[in-house]
Design a protein around this ligand. Structure first.
Ligand code: GTR
Length: 390
């Protein structure tokens, strides 16, 4: 009996749909005060603001914007990259505050075929830096930059270690200790995922200054932990036209209350440095959350949101990710009156659904970001932007 109790918290997880509990969800259209929200004005100025504050206080922590210095330094460029198909720029984004400063390296390939400013995909990379090799000696499916450029998009990326290392022992060393040390003292202070979102926002700061980039056509993409960060980015920062979550699972697109696959306790135990301290209160108490992840998706409205899963990635709960997309995009449909419906039931594997404001697919296979996923994201963006390359 005691060993059962012990393993329950540590190791048990559920993959059985019939054991998913009943879970009433917070209503996107009812404010914390119980007021009904039905207009764009009330959504934007009241309910969305309140929801973002709830995510800040309970899940991801604050994302401070204060800076004394923000500068962009082109450290290297190659106008004949990718066999002459791309213009490569490597930019150091330097941010200073209170006497300290940090630098984040942005890698950017711009298609040479572009006759006007190019739409851009930004990948938040948390994996091996080889995935984003600017020399292109190593080319990996995780960031198929040649394919992205070939379809007329700029391909941009940065590595999370420049802003906050993906490591419980060292995550404080970059922006947290150097720029925002006060955050470390707060129960709702910034931690790893918030820092990565902050990094994506600094990349957008740069795009807005580059005449070769159409910053109004920016898509932020992340896989898994990176997908949690990309949703947190797109929810707060309205400059992104498209927010893409690839297999983001628990703390990302998946509904926490389903407790399917990875749970709040599990993720807080294994990755305590990703979330703000207050998130621990919801270990085994998901029903006490004043939000669920559908509201994060709702905060992106009216901008487009794409959620993708993988058939063998049950740990990330593909069904919970999809339900969250369906429920969160009620705001697109019911507040912003956008056209088209998502199917009520989870779509079949490799049958992408692309609406003007939402996209979804389940790729066959394991937890990963692959060229198949990228193809779908590019199809979606091409259609949204009315590009000829679909
Ligand atoms: C898993 C973790 C997930 C997810 C993933 C990843 O082990 O449980 O929350 O973030 O790693 O980033 O690949």
């Amino acid at each position: 009996f005691f060993s059962f109790l012990h393993t329950r918290a540590q190791d048990e997880f559920n993959y059985d749909e019939s054991l998913v509990p009943d879970y009433p969800l917070p209503d996107p259209f009812v404010s914390q005060q119980g007021e009904v929200v039905s207009t764009i004005k009330d959504w934007e100025h009241q309910r969305r603001v309140e929801i973002l504050r709830l995510f800040e206080d309970n899940v991801y922590g604050q994302v401070p914007g204060s800076m004394d210095e923000l500068s962009f330094n082109l450290v290297s460029e190659d106008k004949e990259a990718m066999d002459g198909n791309a213009h490569l720029k490597e930019i150091d984004i330097r941010v200073g505050r209170n006497g300290g400063s940090i630098s984040m390296r942005l890698i950017l390939f711009i298609p040479k075929s572009a006759t006007k400013p190019a739409p851009v995909f930004l990948l938040i990379n948390h994996r091996d830096p080889e995935n984003i090799d600017p020399t292109r000696k190593v080319k990996m499916g995780f960031w198929p930059a040649e394919d992205i450029v070939e379809r007329g998009f700029a391909a941009a990326t940065f590595h999370v270690k420049d802003v906050s290392d993906d490591n419980n022992d060292t995550f404080k060393e970059d922006i947290l200790q150097t720029l925002y040390p006060e955050q470390l003292e707060m129960k709702n202070g910034m931690r790893g995922l918030g820092a990565w979102a902050w990094g994506a926002m600094r990349a957008m700061d740069y795009f807005e200054t580059d005449p070769q980039i159409d910053a109004k056509k920016g898509a932020v993409v992340g896989h898994s932990r990176g997908g949690k960060a990309s949703l947190w980015t797109g929810a707060q920062d309205t400059r992104w036209a498209i927010t893409i979550s690839n297999n983001s699972g628990c703390g990302g697109a998946a509904l926490s209350r389903r407790r399917f696959g990875e749970t709040v306790r599990r993720i807080n135990t294994n990755f305590p440095y990703w979330f703000t301290d207050n998130f621990d209160q919801y270990n085994d108490q998901e029903d006490l959350l004043p939000l669920d992840q559908h509201l994060l998706i709702a905060s992106i409205a009216p901008r487009a949101v794409y959620v993708a899963s993988a058939s063998e990635d049950q740990w990330a709960d593909p069904k919970g990710e999809y339900l969250s997309l369906v429920l969160g995009t009620r705001v697109h449909r019911e507040i912003f009156q956008m056209n088209g419906n998502l199917p009520a039931d989870l779509p079949e594997v490799e049958s992408p659904v692309h609406l003007p404001y939402a996209g979804h697919h389940i790729r066959e296979g394991k937890h990963n970001l692959t060229p198949y996923d990228w193809e779908q994201y590019m199809d979606f963006a091409s259609r949204l932007y009315g590009l000829a390359n679909e």
